[in-house]
Design a binder for this molecule. Structure first.
Ligand SMILES: *[C@@H]1O[C@H](CO)[C@@H](O)[C@H](O)[C@H]1NC(C)=O
Ligand SMILES: *[C@@H]1O[C@H](CO)[C@@H](O)[C@H](O)[C@H]1NC(C)=O
Ligand SMILES: *[C@@H]1O[C@H](CO)[C@@H](O)[C@H](O)[C@H]1NC(C)=O
Ligand SMILES: *[C@@H]1O[C@H](CO)[C@@H](O)[C@H](O)[C@H]1NC(C)=O
Ligand SMILES: *[C@@H]1O[C@H](CO)[C@@H](O)[C@H](O)[C@H]1NC(C)=O
Ligand SMILES: *[C@@H]1O[C@H](CO)[C@@H](O)[C@H](O)[C@H]1NC(C)=O
Length: 261
């Protein structure tokens, strides 16, 4: 299997550089390699800065940089059921050439978290599994793939074209939002919401399902349920309920935790 080569190469590289001494606890074994490469679909997860902070308990931990005004990348996640190979290091210098784009499209909203820490976490948790696929077979290729996809899916324009605008007063039926997105994304995507302090549902995330070759149309699998349990263990986000309307809240840089207060 050709994808094993990349992981094995990375593990070998880690051994050679001595990185493995700090991070490897036997995780570079063949078992983990096979497991982390055994996936069919991946999710490009985009987050809406306007509602991102609503669900966080710690009311001082979140901030939206003034430079951010569009949907940003949370991550590109192969839907596997096991852990990825955490023996494949990424260094800040690896991302130099695409850093300006990452700063704009893949920022962290946690105060005090260095952007690179966020990117590194995403690479270790998810990217090393994506790296089984040749087109994403290195840190820079993985981040480039996510950026390319984010630009391809011009969410802002399609919403605007059907008059779906951010508002604290108007809410939308889930099927109206889906109606706008389906021409762009097909039907294999999920809307995720957080519940605000008034019990309203705020649209927070968009999970777009893709094949390994980065094209649309990968259907939900049984794998997904397991994967979601793994990935969403601590998250306040849930599938937007179908029986209630959804708020697409504006970005409130001063009060991101309660954007509509
Ligand atoms: C790898 O697989 C072998 C045989 O199935 C098993 O004995 C071993 O414990 C596994 N190692 C890990 C790290 O899971
Ligand atoms: C890969 O995943 C499929 C579906 O979850 C499973 O049936 C198969 O046994 C897995 N193969 C390996 C080598 O883990
Ligand atoms: C909230 O986050 C701030 C900043 O990171 C931290 O100093 C504080 O201890 C946190 N509070 C709680 C209750 O976790
Ligand atoms: C946000 O998206 C719109 C529509 O795609 C684009 O015109 C605009 O330049 C973007 N703004 C930023 C700050 O990225
Ligand atoms: C991408 O992968 C899917 C599933 O394997 C396949 O059906 C589709 O034809 C591929 N598309 C391209 C452009 O390679
Ligand atoms: C929507 O359905 C859920 C679960 O089925 C229920 O708990 C909730 O009260 C319903 N909400 C409305 C507004 O009907």
């Amino acid at each position: 299997m050709s994808y094993d080569k990349h992981i094995l190469w990375a593990c070998t590289a880690a051994l050679v550089t001595g990185w493995v001494l700090t991070y490897d606890n036997g995780l570079c074994s063949g078992n983990v390699t096979r497991h982390s490469c055994n996936w069919t679909c991946m999710q490009l997860t985009l987050q809406w800065p306007g509602s991102f902070c609503i669900g966080l308990n710690n009311k001082t931990i979140c901030q939206i940089p003034q430079t951010v005004s569009n949907w940003t990348i949370h991550g590109l996640w192969p839907m596997r059921t096991g852990h990825c190979c955490d023996c494949w290091p990424v260094f800040h210098s690896h991302l130099q050439e695409i850093e300006p784009e990452l700063i704009q499209l893949w920022p962290s909203f946690l105060k005090g978290q260095h952007y690179f820490s966020f990117w590194k976490e995403e690479w270790i948790k998810h990217g090393t599994c994506a790296g089984c696929e040749e087109s994403m077979g290195s840190p820079v290729l993985y981040f480039q793939a996510a950026v390319k996809l984010r630009k391809l899916f011009d969410i802002e324009s399609v919403l605007e074209s059907v008059g779906i605008k951010t508002s604290c007063d108007v809410s939308y039926k889930p099927e109206d939002i889906r109606g706008a997105l389906t021409p762009l994304l097909g039907t294999d995507y999920d809307l995720q919401c957080v519940t605000d302090s008034k019990g309203r549902e705020a649209w927070m995330q968009l999970k777009i399902h893709l094949f390994r070759n980065q094209t649309l149309g990968c259907h939900k699998q049984e794998q997904e349920e397991k994967f979601n349990t793994l990935a969403w263990f601590n998250s306040p986000a849930h599938l937007c309920p179908k029986n209630t309307t959804i708020f697409y809240v504006p970005i409130n840089y001063e009060n991101p935790h309660e954007p509509c207060n």
